[in-house]
Design a protein around this ligand. Structure first.
Ligand code: S3P
Length: 169
């Protein structure tokens, strides 16, 4: 049962399905969906890749904190999809734990992520060695996702509707 007074916040690695699941979940709940990558792109008027190139990763994590804080403060509880690296920043992890949202970790094996991201070119942190980078990032971040999550859903063998059902239950 979803708490009607709190946002649902989706975290997990890129390729775990946060945006797709987040939009489907928002539809089911009759809520708005917000995506931290999109909010940054709108605010900075550039793509995530351009933002990384112009300002670097640390500034990107700061920007994630700003848009996450703003989204969590909005009055009507919604569904918020977070960029996969939002948990890298300790300040962002504190925001995720502040109680305004129920944080759900969409957890996937690295081979699932690699398969889903096979044709994707807009993730700067995967440049050069996508599969190796995914594995390294996933290993580094696992403890951080666990630290912020109220619940985890293993998404490897589930379709979008099944993940939505798992979150709702
Ligand atoms: C990143 C994930 C991306 C995006 C950026 C960095 C990461 O978002 O924020 O490319 O560090 O894992 P998605 O998880 O929505 O792909």
């Amino acid at each position: 049962m979803i708490d009607p007074d709190r946002h649902v916040v989706l975290v997990g690695m890129m390729g775990a399905g946060k945006s797709t699941v987040g939009r489907a979940l928002a539809d089911r709940l009759g809520r708005d969906y917000a995506d931290t990558d999109e909010l940054i792109e709108i605010g900075a008027r550039c793509s995530v890749r351009e933002f990384f190139r112009e300002h670097g990763e640390t500034e990107f994590r700061n920007a994630e904190g700003v848009v996450l804080d703003a989204a969590l403060r909005t009055f009507a509880p919604g569904v918020i999809g977070c960029g996969g690296g939002i948990v890298v920043s300790e300040g962002n992890r504190a925001l995720l734990r502040n109680g305004r949202g129920v944080v759900v970790w969409l957890r996937a094996r690295p081979d699932t992520l690699a398969e889903r991201l096979r044709d994707v070119t807009d993730r700067p942190l995967l440049d050069g060695d996508p599969v190796g980078n995914l594995g390294r990032l996933a290993a580094t971040r696992e403890a951080w996702y666990a630290e912020v999550a109220d619940a985890a859903v293993d998404v490897d063998d589930l379709d979008v509707d099944e993940v939505v059902e798992a979150i709702l239950s």
